[in-house]
Design a protein around this ligand. Structure first.
Ligand code: WTA
Length: 567
């Protein structure tokens, strides 16, 4: 029997107080996610239960009980306090998927500070724009990433502390740098968590838009109410589960469902901190006895590519529930997973701004492969007419997804960008910026994004950020960046550039430019192809028309070109 039982029953008279009651929370109480994910679980008698099973490169393993994560997050919180970090200060977590990232996240929240997790593969430029926007006071990082921080530190007078979790004493620490070893630090038996309230800020995740710099999506401690219940009903987490969320906490899935959801339910989770290979993933599931697996379409397509025979080499019978998020999950992937694992991946739809799962397939519900399923109980969803922004009544007609902005985990703002935040709400609806249709059974079908953001392997990349970085390369005069179709990653970044006189448009330059972007931004943002052109399509006012290039890449009709300058 699944935790949700009957979707129809649960949807009738739904109230978020169901979740509040389970968490013993009443309106006006203090609510601190760090405490809920560790101290409370210990108080409930699970202090000695395993919270985290971690495996890194070369088969290194570590395990932590709920009491271990309670004590260590206390140590981190007290250390930060000693360093002069206060509630609501921004503390960036810039680490690989190591235990310090997961436990440090709780420590930052216990202090009442705002956790700002950033993907550790980010280059110095990507890191700088995000720290600069938040005026981050401290960054917790590893030796291997400190170089990137050092490169930009002089531009960041507000960054008071650079905390290195694996300092080995080999090279002297520089100004503002300090060592903190989580496992060796003195255990702090009790730490008075900052009495954050429902609306106190908790997490700041950065997401990319079409225009402007990335936006800092501000969440609050009350988001726990959504994250707890969706983990219970959608991920179907139960006390004896071994749960594996493959997402990196540098992105929202890795925090909402890779830390907060499972730990607030007292669930054992495991983390594999190595690169992707189908073999190592199957081996991990077999070795750890993973029961619930939350992953992403690109990973599933990569596993499909590795073939059915490989699956048979492993005992994967522990798996009982699979779910996916981040990009459209194609019907073939759903059917394939049912064939090889005996279970279908259930598609879930949500985004950084929504904080928790919004549209989803539930365990026990009839699955229509290729569909995102139905709204989570308590979520009022619709598709809106693009022009009038009124709900569409015609079955199957495409429109903009709209949600009534009233669920607990909805973002509370974009950091220092109120104007853009306001634009996300229209006519009483929150607009995630995606298009979909609803069929006669109430199932949602994804159509596409309503902007130019590139979704590569489930990660959003802003064409604007890549275009700006390209212009910083000495050879590039103009640039336009669009998505190009890809079998596995769904989309990859493609750049069109015009180059300055004196440079030769050849393979060598292409590789140099690619590498430049990889280092500055990230491997995800690196164009997989650079096409040299003599000129870029522009409107009469000089704006580059990405849609012309996009249509060309996807073999689609270009549409109205009347505003095009150079046709
Ligand atoms: C896309 C990730 C189709 C969508 C949790 C959304 C999806 C963006 C799905 C959010 C899905 C997410 N089917 N598209 N099941 N899930 N998306 O903020 O465009 O990194 O707006 O959050 O990914 O990406 P984000």
């Amino acid at each position: 029997m699944s935790n949700i039982g009957s979707y129809e029953e649960r949807s009738k008279n739904f109230d978020w107080s169901i979740s509040e009651k389970k968490l013993d929370y009443k309106d006006g109480d203090a609510i601190n996610i760090g405490w809920y994910c560790s101290d409370r679980i210990c108080q409930m008698g699970k202090a000695n239960k395993t919270a985290l099973i971690w495996e890194g490169l070369g088969g290194v393993e570590k395990e932590y009980t709920f009491n271990d994560i309670r004590l260590r997050s206390n140590s981190i919180a007290s250390f930060l306090k000693e360093q002069g970090i206060n509630n609501e200060d921004r503390v960036c977590l810039f680490m690989d998927k190591i235990p310090e990232l997961y436990i440090g996240f709780l420590g930052v929240l216990k202090l009442g500070a705002i956790a700002q997790p950033l993907f550790s593969a980010f280059g110095d430029e990507s890191l700088f724009v995000r720290l600069d926007n938040a005026k981050t006071k401290a960054i917790i990082t590893q030796k291997k990433h400190v170089k990137k921080v050092r490169k930009i530190v002089n531009q960041m007078p507000y960054l008071e502390r650079i905390i290195i979790v694996d300092y080995d004493g080999k090279h002297p620490l520089r100004e503002r740098e300090i060592s903190f070893n989580m496992d060796e630090a003195e255990k702090v038996e009790s730490f008075d968590c900052f009495p954050t309230k429902a609306e106190s800020p908790s997490v700041l995740h950065y997401t990319s838009g079409t225009t402007g710099q990335p936006k800092g999506v501000k969440h609050v401690h009350y988001s726990l109410i959504s994250q707890y219940l969706t983990s219970k009903w959608v991920l179907d987490l139960k006390d004896d589960d071994i749960y594996w969320c493959t997402a990196d906490p540098g992105w929202v899935t890795g925090t909402s469902y890779g830390i907060i959801g499972p730990w607030s339910l007292g669930i054992t989770q495991c983390v594999l901190d190595t690169g992707f290979s189908a073999e190592s993933w199957y081996k991990f599931i077999e070795k750890r006895g993973v029961t619930v697996w939350y992953s992403a379409p690109t990973a599933i397509r990569s596993l499909m590519k590795a073939g059915d025979e490989l699956v048979k080499e492993f005992d994967l019978t522990s798996l009982r529930h699979l779910a996916s998020v981040g990009e459209p999950l194609n019907a073939e992937a759903v059917i394939w997973s049912d064939k090889v694992f005996g279970k279908s991946f259930l598609d879930t739809y949500w985004q950084t701004e929504t904080g928790s799962i919004m549209l989803t397939n539930f365990p026990g519900m009839k699955i229509k492969p290729g569909s995102m399923g139905k709204p989570f109980p308590g979520v009022t969803a619709t598709v809106l007419d693009v022009e009038t922004l009124e709900p569409i009544t015609e079955i199957g007609k495409a429109g903009l997804i709209g949600f009534k902005p009233d669920w607990p985990a909805l973002m509370r703002g974009f950091w220092a960008n109120e104007e853009t935040y306001k634009k996300k709400f229209k006519n009483g609806w929150y607009l995630p910026g995606d298009r979909a249709s609803i069929d006669s059974d109430g199932y949602y079908w994804f159509i596409g994004r309503d902007d130019d953001v590139i979704n590569t392997a489930g990660h959003l990349v802003s064409p604007f950020e890549v275009e700006s970085a390209l212009l910083e390369h000495e050879s590039v005069a103009e640039s336009a960046v669009v998505a190009k179709p890809d079998d596995v990653n769904m989309e990859v970044v493609k750049a069109f550039v015009t180059i300055k006189p004196g440079y030769t448009a050849d393979k060598d330059l292409e590789l140099k430019i690619m590498n430049f972007i990889r280092k500055k931004l990230s491997p995800l943002a690196m164009p997989q192809e650079i096409e040299y052109v003599d000129s870029l399509p522009k409107t009469r006012s000089g704006k580059i028309m990405r849609r012309v290039l996009h249509a060309q890449e996807w073999g689609e009709e270009v549409g109205d070109l009347s505003t095009l300058e150079n046709d």
